[in-house]
Design a protein around this ligand. Structure first.
Ligand code: TIU
Length: 227
């Protein structure tokens, strides 16, 4: 068993039953000219999440974990896009409109791609989702259950939107979630802090919060003591 120092208390799991979730590390959220910026956000606030997530991804690959990359986006004909989502916020550019990285949040466009640093490797699960939560209208639960996954290490953007929705969905389905604080980011520092505080409050009502260093230390320590 791996025991990671975390809040509100250590998170334990084994390699066979854990998956790494990389939520929506898409150019549309992290790079200028994408959907995130079209909503009026400073996307540079998310860049610091990439390096630590890269280290965690490397470790997950070394240990043979299931790795799941999610992408928020829509079919090119927008048949899976509710008007409520398209029109909310009355942005100047809407989902499906042409931007500098192609059509905003549309599958197949440049902006919809995962940033190159965190690009999926062959054999990893890439899951397209039309909503904020990764379980809504996807086969994620089936994929995880088929592999006997019970524990999720969660990274991604943004903390209080797609990450929070996903962790809450996962928690209600009985998955144990560790969110890595330096591997998630928000356009709103106060929402980032609040979302992480909410996860771990009340004895971990939604899950655990730790850091990439906590996780990597635990993996290194376990490797040393078992080799
Ligand atoms: N706007 C915002 O903060 N996030 C999203 O729209 N999607 C995700 O969080 N991926």
């Amino acid at each position: 068993m791996i025991k990671v120092s975390a809040e509100p208390y250590p998170f334990t799991f084994d390699h066979a039953h854990v998956a790494l979730l990389c939520i929506d590390f898409q150019r549309d959220f992290v790079e200028p000219g994408g959907f995130g910026e079209s909503l009026g956000n400073d996307v540079s606030l998310l860049r610091s999440t990439i390096e630590p997530t890269r280290r965690v991804l490397d470790a997950a690959r070394r240990h043979g974990w299931t790795v799941v990359h999610t992408r928020e986006g829509h079919r090119p004909d927008l048949s899976d896009l509710f008007p409520a989502k398209r029109d909310r916020g009355r942005p100047t550019l809407r989902i499906g409109d042409d931007g500098p990285m192609g059509r905003l949040l549309v599958r197949g466009s440049e902006g919809h791609d995962i940033v190159p640093e965190l690009a999926p490797a062959p054999g990893e699960v890439v899951l397209d989702k039309p909503g904020k939560g990764s379980f809504y209208a996807t086969d994620l639960e089936t994929i995880l259950r088929a592999r006997g996954i019970t524990h999720l290490v969660v990274t991604g953007v943004t903390t209080e939107v797609c990450v929070q929705s996903t962790v809450r969905e996962a928690n209600d389905r009985g998955f144990e979630c560790l969110v890595l604080s330096d591997c998630t980011g928000s356009y709103f520092p106060q929402f980032y802090e609040s979302a992480l505080a909410m996860f771990k409050a009340q004895g971990g009502i939604v899950g655990w919060v730790g850091t990439s260093a906590d996780l990597l230390n635990a993996l290194d320590t376990t490797e040393e003591t078992t080799s």
